[in-house]
Design a protein around this ligand. Sequence first.
Ligand SMILES: NC(=O)c1ccc[n+]([C@@H]2O[C@H](COP(=O)([O-])OP(=O)(O)OC[C@H]3O[C@@H](n4cnc5c(N)ncnc54)[C@H](OP(=O)(O)O)[C@@H]3O)[C@@H](O)[C@H]2O)c1
Length: 220
Amino acid sequence: MKIGIIGAGNIGGNLTRRLTALGHDVSVANSRGPQTLTALAEETGATAVDARDAARDAEVVVVTVPLKRVPDLPSGLFDGAADGFVVIDTGNYYPRERDGRIPEIEDGGLTESRWTERHVGHPVVKAFNGTYAQDILERPRPAGDPERMALPVAGDDERAKGVVRALIDELGFDTVDAGGIDDSWHQQPGTPVYGLRAGAEAVAKALAEASPERPAAFRG
Ligand SMILES: NC(=O)c1ccc[n+]([C@@H]2O[C@H](COP(=O)([O-])OP(=O)(O)OC[C@H]3O[C@@H](n4cnc5c(N)ncnc54)[C@H](OP(=O)(O)O)[C@@H]3O)[C@@H](O)[C@H]2O)c1
């Protein structure tokens, strides 16, 4: 599959490593330009590009930048993407240590991914947001392995969600359907499933136990 990854940090870098290893054709971008990504490109065989070129011909585009940087993404971010392309959002809102206070999320009742979706102008599928970046490299397991972790996946478009769930299965993880983007508070920071390393049954239970109230530590 042709995959564009916008953000080459902890999550974007490790997704680049694993997806290229699986044989996917990955383009990866950061904010400083492809000349700063030569080491990652040499290591993985991915193509380092400008952010505005990352989605070209891509069937899947991963947006994995700090939430406060989402509004800085270039306009026309998805120009030239393949028909029916799917956007994965890995983002989390950390008002205190990173993102600053975002009133639409705190007062307006938007989930973090709904806010991101409005900025990028395309429906998103929320995945990997509660997954430690290192686990993407170190914890893949074959289907059926009792140690296999499950990741929650939320999205409004069932087909898009299916594409993402199949890709995550290929990466070595089970998935749990976490509903639509308005339900995705169930997997935001501070919820029981956030950072949980467990199988599908425990992940489904943790999603069900989430409270819609944002924990104090995650309020700005
Ligand atoms: N770290 C984790 O374990 C983890 C786990 C799950 C989810 N998340 C979430 O996933 C998101 C990314 O986290 P991370 O830890 O991977 O971040 P990170 O290590 O800080 O990396 C962020 C990347 O985004 C790039 N970037 C920033 N602004 C950009 C722009 N305008 N255009 C293109 N690229 C841009 C940065 O490029 P430059 O360096 O060139 O600026 C950098 O490559 C966050 O919302 C985070 O909360 C993180």
